[in-house]
Design a protein around this ligand. Structure first.
Ligand SMILES: [Zn+2]
Ligand SMILES: [Zn+2]
Length: 387
């Protein structure tokens, strides 16, 4: 069973939606235009219910099958937000908003789920209910969590959830997935080392927070190399080093470090947090200074559920012939919150030989539309067969 013919017919139309969204990127929760467009389309398709304002600017559409005797309800989720990047693709439908860009392909995700919603509303060839979920603020704002916190899962009695992300470097329209931990927990930390500033020519009269911070940058790497079990994954990256004085001849009063931690398990996450405190506070004590550590937990590890992952892979094989095992991804994914609330799976669909996501030259490949839409539609029809 290859891609559905209907999506080959709809591809041009869906491509136009995608390019319109691409031209009008919106950040975080400010997806007002995109949300309105999504709601208007869903209403036009004849969805049984369309609700806006879930998780601030999220949109939910309900499509009942020809039969609903099974009592099954499945959620299909796409993200709508863009990134604060200055686009340099030179496309004729490039961003009209300088400094905002659909550099992660969420324009493609939204357009593909709209395409699936159009098809499913037309055909309703399933026994149960489909809930299409369009979330804002995937790129750091936790929009998926806000939709869950708004009671979305219980309100529509959603029993399983599925998500999809395009993936540069994989053949267009091919699929890859893995069960269990898939995307990393993404945390941030900041450390302010305090000392005693003074004249750079008289270091003996100061407590040098720059020296403490330099030690800390190196010592933090021992979390991965000396504390973590070598078969587990952890990334600790210091990404900002800011001294309170920029002068050549001043030893600064304080230095602030910032960074990110990526882990694939709760134990490793706890260990990383504990060690960042111990290392920074220990170094500060050694040099007679202070360390104020703040550790912020972001998105949790995204864990694919076994049964739904196997099903999602089966559906992918029915659409594209094969479904590969995906490698671990040390990036984060807000869909993790939905997978904490309900069983489900998240799959990658190939975007071909394009620039990487989050790059100013990235673009979603519209040739992935038939495969992506077919996967969504087949999830509904194969998981809730009309019998
Ligand atoms: Zn992204
Ligand atoms: Zn993304």
């Amino acid at each position: 069973m290859p891609v559905k013919n209907r999506f080959a017919e709809l591809q041009d139309e869906i491509t136009l939606w995608r390019r319109d969204i691409h031209e009008n990127p919106e950040l975080l929760f400010d997806t007002h235009r995109t949300s309105a467009l999504v709601a208007e389309k869903l209403q036009g398709f004849g969805c049984d219910e369309v609700v806006t304002g879930i998780g601030r600017t999220g949109v939910v559409g309900v499509i009942k099958g020809r039969k609903t005797d099974s009592g099954k309800v499945i959620g299909l989720r796409a993200d709508m937000d863009a990134l604060p990047i200055l686009e340099s693709t030179g496309l004729d439908y490039a961003s009209k908003t300088p400094g905002a860009m659909h550099a992660c392909g969420h324009d493609g995700h939204t357009a593909m789920l709209l395409g699936a919603a159009k098809y499913l509303s037309e055909t309703r060839n399933f026994d149960g209910t489909i809930v299409v979920i369009f979330q804002p603020a995937e790129e750091g704002g936790g929009g998926g969590k806000e939709m869950c916190d708004d009671g979305m899962m219980d309100r529509w009695n959603i029993q399983e959830v599925y998500g999809m992300h395009n993936w540069p470097g994989r053949p267009v329209g091919s699929f890859a997935i893995r069960p269990g931990a898939f995307f990393a927990a993404t945390d941030t930390f900041s450390v302010t080392f305090g000392g005693k500033g003074g004249h750079a020519a008289k270091p003996n009269e100061t407590i040098d927070s720059t020296v403490m911070s330099a030690q800390a940058v190196l010592a933090l790497q021992t979390i991965a190399s000396r504390n973590a079990d070598p078969v587990d994954q952890v990334v600790v990256s210091v990404t900002s080093f800011e001294t309170s004085s920029k002068a050549f001849n001043v030893i600064p009063q304080s230095v602030q470090l910032k960074g990110t931690v990526r882990t694939m398990s709760k134990d490793m996450r706890d260990l990383a947090e504990k060690r960042i405190h111990a290392i920074c506070e220990g170094i500060a004590a050694t040099f007679g200074g202070t360390a104020a550590v703040t550790y912020n937990r972001g998105y949790p590890v995204m864990v694919n559920h076994e049964v739904q992952t196997e099903f999602a892979a089966e559906v992918a094989r029915s659409v594209s012939g094969t479904c590969e095992e995906a490698p671990l991804v040390m990036g984060g994914e807000d869909f993790a919150f939905m997978l904490e609330e309900r069983p489900g799976a998240y799959i990658l669909v190939g975007n071909g030989d394009t620039a990487a996501v989050h790059h100013p030259e990235y673009n979603f490949d519209d040739n992935a539309i038939p495969a992506g839409c077919s996967w969504w539609a087949e999830i509904a029809e194969q998981r809730m067969p009309i019998g």
